[in-house]
Design a protein around this ligand. Structure first.
Ligand SMILES: NC(=O)C1=CN([C@@H]2O[C@H](COP(=O)(O)OP(=O)(O)OC[C@H]3O[C@@H](n4cnc5c(N)ncnc54)[C@H](O)[C@@H]3O)[C@@H](O)[C@H]2O)C=CC1
Ligand SMILES: CC(C)CC(=O)C(=O)O
Ligand SMILES: [Mg+2]
Length: 374
């Protein structure tokens, strides 16, 4: 029997369409090898391209289309051409509205060397970054990004609020991922990052996180680190945080971009924003690279498609129940990045020191995935 999956693809702005194109090619190969699964793809607009076409960063129809899909594969939005538009119409609001509409409350952002040879690309010394392997679990539908705003000529404010239920459900996702760590021989440590020394929203965050863990996951080790000193320590000794970093929306956004510095390029990092605790059946989600629309390199055909393609792997795993394909795709990415092209480097885009184009990297991943490996 054929199982049908509905996928909405929102390419977005600048490098968004360039990297999404490669992910679509890869998905085509994945689907070709699984004729028992039929993926129905629809496309829509988000960000500046939606603003230009419809006057809003995401239309109600696109939001409803997203809600009726099994998953959304999202490129990235924004750019200097939309800098002057009012706050509520900014391209980035399209992404926030999408996350909210799907209630995609947990943003999972893994940080590790997806190919061993990438270690030399880190801005940090190899002995400092070797073995780094943590996942940021960022609360994705609350906090300062979603609080009431007041924006006038002489004043601007964002309300930074957290309620008990929002913290509990995010803690359950962090815990579920930590429980899986022991299955692959890793330490089951969860680091809670907040600013409980200053912010009331962080004090409730810390208290509810501890209560949830001690009530529901007493076997897990939970440690606290203030988010500012964590940022410093992530650069000084990133492996200290191997395991899960459980944190709120704002801190998670910042700490996960530091991951890009650790790994050497934001272009390789994927993310999954999911709407239920993983491991309890397929969940709906939004899958996008960690980076933004990179206007400084768009239109040149050199954007790294790996973060987007690894986000597709997360989509296969969490929303399509295709865990084996996800593993195969991650392995294909690793082989391509580690392989040698004519310059002795892997088939990599310039952000990783290579000379390959976006398309060449996508083509190579498709070829390796299709060929398989033992
Ligand atoms: N989810 C989304 O759609 C997000 C959108 N943005 C938006 O993106 C726009 C640009 O923001 P920036 O601060 O410049 O951050 P950015 O993440 O777009 O770029 C930061 C740096 O990383 C590089 N980079 C990013 N992705 C890359 C890739 N795939 N391959 C190679 N290099 C890559 C860029 O060239 C740039 O030097 C802004 O409008 C921002 O609001 C930012 C973050 C997330
Ligand atoms: C809506 C996005 C622009 C916020 C962001 O930077 C992110 O989610 O990584
Ligand atoms: Mg960000």
């Amino acid at each position: 029997m054929v199982s049908r999956k509905k996928l909405l693809i929102l390419a977005g702005d600048h490098v968004g369409p360039e990297i999404i194109q490669e992910a679509i090619k890869v998905l085509g190969v994945v689907a070709e090898l699984r004729p028992d699964i039929k993926i129905d793809i629809e496309h829509g607009l988000i960000g500046g391209s939606s603003l230009d076409a419809h006057g809003v960063p995401i239309s109600d129809q696109t939001l409803e289309n997203a809600a009726s899909s099994h998953a959304v594969l999202l490129g990235c939005v924004g750019g200097p051409e939309w800098e002057g538009v009012p706050g509520h119409l900014r391209p980035e609001m399209g992404v926030l509205k999408l996350r909210k509409r799907l209630d995609a409350f947990a943003n999972i952002r893994p940080c590790r060397f997806f190919a061993p040879s990438l270690i030399d690309r880190s801005t940090l010394k190899p002995e400092i970054v070797a073995g780094v392997d943590f996942t940021v679990v960022r609360e994705n539908c609350g906090g300062a990004y979603f609080g009431a705003k007041d924006e006038r000529e002489d004043i601007g404010s964002d309300l930074w609020v957290y309620e008990k239920a929002e913290i509990e459900r995010c803690a359950r996702v962090s815990a579920a991922l930590a429980m899986q760590l022991s299955d692959c021989g890793k330490k089951r440590v969860v680091w809670n990052a907040d600013k409980a020394n200053v912010l009331a929203s962080s004090r409730i965050w810390r208290r509810i996180t501890h209560e949830t863990f001690s009530r529901e996951f007493p076997e897990l080790k939970l440690k606290d680190q203030l988010a500012d000193s964590m940022a410093m320590l992530l650069v000084k000794s990133p492996t200290k945080f191997n395991g899960i970093i459980h944190t709120d929306n704002t801190f998670g956004d910042i700490l996960s971009d530091i991951s890009g510095g650790i790994i050497g390029s934001l272009g390789v990092l994927p993310s999954a924003s999911i709407s239920s605790v993983p491991g309890q059946g397929p969940c709906k989600g939004v899958y996008e690279a960690v980076h933004g629309s990179a206007p400084d390199i768009s239109g040149k055909g050199i954007a790294n498609p790996v973060g987007q393609i690894l986000s597709l792997a997360l989509l296969l795993k969490y929303s399509f129940g295709m865990a084996e394909e996800a593993v195969r795709l991650e392995k294909a990415v690793q082989i391509v990045l580690d392989s040698s092209d004519h310059q002795g480097l892997g088939i990599r885009t310039p952000d990783l020191g290579g000379s390959a184009s976006t398309k060449e990297v996508g083509d190579a991943i498709c070829a390796v995935y299709r060929a398989g490996f033992s």
